[in-house]
Design a binder for this molecule. Sequence first.
Ligand code: AMP
Ligand code: MG
Length: 415
Amino acid sequence: MKLFRKLISLEEALKIALANVKRTEREEIVFDDALNRVLAEDVCSSIDSPPFDRAAMDGYAIRGEDSFGASPNNPVFLRKRSRKGGEKEKENENVVEIREGDYLPIQTGMPLPKGSNAVVMLEYTKENGGDTLEIFKPVTPGKNVSFKGEDVKKGEGVLKEGRRLRAHDLGMLASLFKSTVKVYKRAKFGIISTGDELSDPDESFELEGEKKIADVNSYVLAALTGKIASPYRIGIVRDDYEEIKNAICLSLEKDCNGLLISGGSSVGKRDFLADAVADLGKLVFHGVAIRPGEPTGFGVVNDKPVFVLPGYPVATISAFELLVRPFLHAMHGMKEERSKIFAIASKKIPSAVGRTDFVRVKLLCTENEYYAEPIRVSGSGILSSMTKSDGFVIIEENKEGVEDGEKVEVSVWEW
Ligand code: AMP
Ligand code: MG
């Protein structure tokens, strides 16, 4: 294998790639379509939530002070608040006012009647004949009540621009009657695998007596990309200079906003990808000091970003996490940082100064600590190093490995 004449650092590669980011436009969509979309506005509540004081338990609405001193041997007696003439049972309970010594039955979620300030739970009471109540335990005012605006106050900010919306965020939008939200449009990314040896997993594993390698990358890249952008899996292209160029041109014509192309990305005799990109547009960098993932490049064709990614699946994932993901996040206005877990390295992890390492680790959890066990493999063709791992550790360029017992930050999969 020919070697790269010069590798650039991850930091430099990121800086160059990010300088080429064009933020996607905003669009307004219905809130229930917004899962995993990135918010393009700050969301403030236009209402108090809950909108009124309500019972948090089934029981009886009372004035808390009226129950003071109650005990099993010395219960407090209250009388049922009789409704004014003409009021029907089903009418708004707020019409009725609880005065000293009154009670009214109430169910969870119902508005608290005027004058009451607490709910005494069923289990501490006995109702006699439907019009008197014995209370065996006092409740302080405010007990078992959720107050108006207790969750969110009118005008309060709840979700910030740049947040990727989760299930409970959609719940929050629903609770505030915010039926549409502004989000960043998803960019469409074409995904191509190159390689004569490749075959789609739903085709035959053996073709004309020749054993094939399954195309892994386009599926993995589509799944990774799909969390934030819109992947468009184009499939396999042969190791042929003209065919690769054609595929790039065609995909960019098919309104792709960018491309992720893997395989044939190094500087060998049968590696055409980088040259094809350079021929069609500009190859901005090629060869990054990351391991795995050295044969990674980035170019711009027709004003659109094109990532040149390694063939080995683990190397492609490494390049995605280290370079493509930050690019996609910036493009979609995502401001969230991935949360990390602090763990103790359970073994020494060697790494050379001058290169960033992407180390797959298994997390072991003891009572007090997480331990990160590096998965020892040679070669980035070992996909099981991914499936056996829980996440990864990045060993920065200027660091000469990690000592056994040293603290590391683990980024957990599924993001
Ligand atoms: P290359 O970068 O094309 O030299 O490929 C390096 C290694 O990765 C070779 O063993 C390829 O067979 C393998 N490879 C390339 N592309 C893919 C892909 N899409 N899926 C799985 N393996 C691949
Ligand atoms: Mg190849």
